[in-house]
Design a binder for this molecule. Sequence first.
Ligand SMILES: [Zn+2]
Length: 379
Amino acid sequence: MKQEDYGPISGSTIFKGISGRKAIIMAANTRITTVAKGIFKAAKDTDSAVFMELARSECDLKGGYTGLTPKDFSEKVREAARDVEFDIWALHADHITIKKGDATEIEQTKQLIDAQVAAGYTSFAIDASHLFNFEGKNVREELGQNISVTTELAHYIKSRMKGKDFGLEVEVGEIGRKDGQGMVLTTPEEAVEFIRGLHANDVQPQVLAIANGSTHGHVYDEKGNVVEQLSIDIPQTKAVAKALRDNKLNVGIAQHGITGTPRELINQHFPKGDIIKGNVGTFWQDVVFDALKIYEPVLYKNIQDWTLDKYRAANPGKSDRQIVDGNCKFAIKEFFRELYAVDEDTEKAIQAKAYAESLVFFKAFSSYGSASLVRKVIS
Ligand SMILES: [Zn+2]
């Protein structure tokens, strides 16, 4: 059955459709939504299910750093899906992050969720991983506040969705967190305790984000050059997935921070099916900015200058290139009008690049054919 209006379907339906398959569904953070059409077109041509998402930092009631509210984001990606006539996608709230867990923050978070539900979101990621109790005497105590806040918000989403199915992602282990010894990785025990704690509270997520060695955005060498990210710990990721499976917890893993990871590594070595959702964010921003360098050099120069002007003082010792690279995302809101008013030629180049790169992601993720699997669950 086809969704007549090409609107988003529940994230849970997509996960149900690919259950037991060795596939990863791409979740694209389209900070500048011009790429969305190219991504949907590739999804349609390869019969791949896809998630469109933005995190709370990128998109909130005030527009986040992309300048998009949940309503704006929803309208833009829906329009892209309609133009392309692609039906198997979910509209996902990435990283609904809670950092303190106090009453004010919870209240503001509920207002954000209200806006996301009103905008027709069909999937949600609650991220209370920052609420880690370092004084806890055991794993359960360490995760106690994460479990209770995640539970409260998951129940809130459920009540707001009024019986409609939705996707639910939760997070244990802050992605990219380091201590004196290096990256802090999620253990199988932590993942199992966390999901068990949620199940005991009647919260059933389909997907779990873990800390497994990835970092959001680009990774740099000591000179500030962008380098490949080879730090994802695949054996640890498999061990976490196995522990979840052995305990019949029925939850897959969301891999965050994929941008810098070589796709041949993903294709050949990622445990597809253990990892069921793969978030790609900064990559799509790079697609836009790379096109601007050639097609809109004045705009690109203005973005560079604004970013350096604003962020140089806070980044002593860093090269201009790294400062621009790491902070140009904050220019998206500042140059919103210009970014959405580029020439038709520019748009064409951005969309063609997004199309070609999406083909490669879908292939590397083994998600070709996944949209048809999902359609079988719907009909
Ligand atoms: Zn993330």
